[in-house]
Design a protein around this ligand. Structure first.
Ligand SMILES: Nc1ncnc2c1ncn2[C@@H]1O[C@H](COP(=O)(O)OP(=O)(O)OP(=O)(O)O)[C@@H](O)[C@H]1O
Length: 342
């Protein structure tokens, strides 16, 4: 399960104004990737291009030999069946109960009997922890439950790729932690390829295998989680540390004068915080694409920030198990990697 998505030289503009240019990346099969970026940098536009709701100006989106960017409607319709999408508000029909909302894609797109539909719908409702709530209307449940219902509906056609548009928007930190755990568990159970657009830095630091950052009309970075969390690129450091110092301004990038003033005032980007352990599945098994903590740093001769890969005793998260076999990163001091795990 899970398919690779290869994006090559993708460019999109509206009315001549570019949203981003020449975006190239590969979402590896079965892995979780996160896409970050300041507001308005085109993250939602990117998701819509992937699923064929918007046509890019140039470039290719290759999935199982199909090019979504250029293919005909009929082919696009078939490829879209590979996708499940969780929209920001769950996009549920307000007049239908949760059961009918989740059953909707099966009734629309398959010829399954109501008995078969019932068994599939109830299994997805159970997967997202909503058993017992299936007769409720969307207006009668909390925002977190609506997200989970939207997720059950996104899962119902057994997609190979699941796109999440700000799954944590409007959720408190505790519900966000539960949702993140659910996402990691579902990735393990389904093996599907996940892409999550989020503004939540904690999610970005702990959930994905890969991180991408859109900024200033281009893809500033895409790569393994450890690579991005160790990055010395000012824009990546500023964003992942949620700071005002750095090239990202209030509404757009800072101009040369503002950056010169920061440099003259001796204001510097803060040190990188420790890299946390990746969130592991709640059953204690390794993630499908598990790599030992610190492996990327060790392979690339990069010293991770002090304190990296240490279990966080205050976290309710289940970090990756020690059995994943921690590697000692190059230059790692005492307490860094090597023996990390719960
Ligand atoms: N259908 C459209 N027609 C014209 N412009 C659009 C359209 N869709 C998006 N845009 C523009 O594209 C840019 C990127 O929008 P997008 O919603 O993808 O940003 P985003 O990174 O997802 O923002 P946020 O983090 O605030 O949700 C914005 O300037 C937006 O106004």
């Amino acid at each position: 399960m899970g398919v690779e998505i290869r994006v090559d030289g993708l460019t999109k503009s509206f009315g001549g104004a570019p949203v981003w240019r020449d975006v190239s990346l590969t979402l590896p099969s079965g892995e979780i990737s996160v896409l970050l970026g300041p507001s308005g940098t085109g993250k939602s536009v990117f998701l819509k291009c992937l699923v064929g709701l918007l046509k890019p100006d140039r470039g290719h989106i290759l999935i199982e030999g199909h090019d979504i960017a250029t293919c005909r409607e009929r082919e696009l319709y078939r490829v879209r069946r590979l996708f499940g999408v969780l929209f920001q508000d769950g996009a549920l029909f307000g007049s239908m109960n949760l059961y009918d909302n989740v059953a909707f894609p099966l009734r629309e797109h398959t010829r399954r009997s109501e008995n078969e539909i019932r068994s599939i719908v109830m299994s997805k409702i159970e997967m997202v922890g909503l058993l017992g709530a299936e007769r409720k209307l969307p207006g009668e449940i909390s925002g977190g439950m609506r997200k989970r219902a939207g997720l059950a509906r996104a899962l119902v056609l057994d997609p190979e790729i699941i796109l999440f548009d700000e799954p944590d928007s409007g959720l408190d930190p505790v519900r966000t932690a539960y949702l993140n755990q659910l996402i990691v568990d579902l990735n393990q159970q389904t093996g599907a390829t996940f892409l999550i657009v989020t503004h939540d830095i904690n999610t970005a630091r702990t959930v994905p295998d890969n991180i991408g950052l859109l900024y200033h009309r281009h893809l500033a970075m895409f790569g393994p989680r450890e690579m991005c969390l160790c990055s010395q690129e000012p824009v990546v450091r500023q964003f992942l540390n949620a700071q005002r110092v750095g090239p990202i301004g209030m509404s757009e990038e800072k101009d040369a004068d503002e950056l010169a003033a920061e440099a003259a005032a001796g204001v510097e980007l803060a040190a990188l915080p420790p890299i946390p352990l990746q969130l592991g599945p709640s059953n204690g098994e390794p993630r499908p694409s598990q790599r030992p903590p610190g492996q990327w740093c060790a392979d690339n001769d990069v010293t991770p920030p002090p304190g990296s890969f240490e279990p966080d005793p205050s976290s309710a998260a289940s970090p990756v198990p020690a059995s994943a076999g921690a590697a000692a990163p190059a230059g790692a001091g005492p307490g860094v990697a090597g023996g990390d795990g719960p």
